[in-house]
Design a binder for this molecule. Structure first.
Ligand SMILES: [Zn+2]
Length: 196
């Protein structure tokens, strides 16, 4: 019995040893990457999180810091690799901290933070250490115009959260529907971008 059990273990060890070279041949994806969507719109991915930033001559509109338990620097570096224009706005897509934590470096650069009123209320109630409190709130709808680009912020009711802002760039024909709940086992993963 013992011998059989040992043989089984040995088989398992050999199998996993053989599997290692195959796994090693697949390079690990980089933890973060920037993708250009249009001339002035970019997606920044950090792990499983995505943010969008919009570059205009008058400055940058960035969404979610996505810097919970990690530095915001790669995101700021990605923006500054594209433009030296100042980061004027940070828009919270919704109030979940895995997306909106870690914004202080953006605040230190002078960005104005905008979120739905329910997101600000949640932050004010829970007082997380690493979440910047929004400077401005949106109730139903607001347009932000910067450097000739208009970004529409729309609240369409409860879905993934009670504070999701659907963002739309009418000129660029891009809609960012906010985070979307995936299958149950990935319920904490939010996808944030779809081309229109
Ligand atoms: Zn979320």
């Amino acid at each position: 019995m013992l011998r059989i059990h040992f043989a089984g273990m040995l088989t398992a060890i050999i199998t996993s040893a053989l599997a290692v070279p195959a796994q090693a041949q697949q390079p690990a994806p980089p933890p973060f990457a920037t993708t250009k969507v249009t001339d002035n719109v970019y997606i920044f991915r950090y792990g499983n999180h995505q943010s969008m930033f919009i570059v205009t001559p008058a400055g940058v509109i960035a969404t979610d810091p996505i810097s919970e338990r990690r530095p915001a620097k790669p995101y700021i570096d990605a923006i500054q690799a594209v433009t030296k224009a100042p980061i004027k706005y940070v828009i919270y897509s919704h109030g979940h901290f895995d997306h909106i934590a870690g914004g202080k470096p953006f605040k230190d650069l002078g960005a104005t933070f905008v979120a739905h009123a329910n997101a600000k209320a949640r932050i004010a109630a829970l007082k997380p250490d690493d979440v910047v409190i929004p400077d401005q709130v949106v109730g139903g709808k607001r347009n932000i115009t910067l450097g000739g680009t208009t970004l529409e912020l729309n609240y369409v009711g409860k879905n993934h959260s009670d504070s999701t802002l659907v963002m739309r760039l009418p000129k660029e024909k891009i809609i960012k529907p906010g985070p979307r709940t995936m299958r149950a086992r990935n319920s904490l993963t939010c996808r944030t971008f779809l081309p229109q």
